[in-house]
Ligand binder design. Sequence first.
Ligand code: ZN
Length: 196
Amino acid sequence: MTARFITCPSCRQEEPLGDLEVPERGRLYACGTCDHVWTLRREAIVQAAVTEQAPDATAANVVLPAATRPRRRFIILLAAASVAACCVAGAWLYLHARAAAPEVYPERPLMIIDPTIEANASGNAVTVEFHVENPNARTKTFEQACVSLIDESGHSAFRWCSDGTRRDLGAHSRLSISFDVLNPPARVRNLEIQVR
Ligand SMILES: [Zn+2]
């Protein structure tokens, strides 16, 4: 590709002529650098080859427009600020919750203490007795105690549950429960007791 150039006779600055028409007799021309005005004639025009710079569009060479870069930086700053704010708020809530909440001891289940099963004199009944103990530092409530007598073959041959009356058991205290089983299984292998 070629382009037309002229050289200013005053300042010797070379500049492209573009597609400006120059008639046979010449035309007045003002230098873009020094404002010198002279009569430009066709014979003063130089044709010179120019290499066209192909725009390189590979990803590595793409430069974001200047207007985009500060915006991206702003978004990154905003994200960083949000993360920092969340961390601070989270830490504050954690510390605040720790300070405000009373120390909570793990809740422990009610315990069955010393279960016994004893045959009476006539042999047609047994007495089952056990104690329910509250190992916690505050009162716990339970509604039922259930007892199973497991016979020799491993089956539950008898099951008894107290009525569903709610009972409060004070902190670190125990109560005794006993009842009679008429016609109990011939041989009791195990006693299963649950409190709920
Ligand atoms: Zn000039």
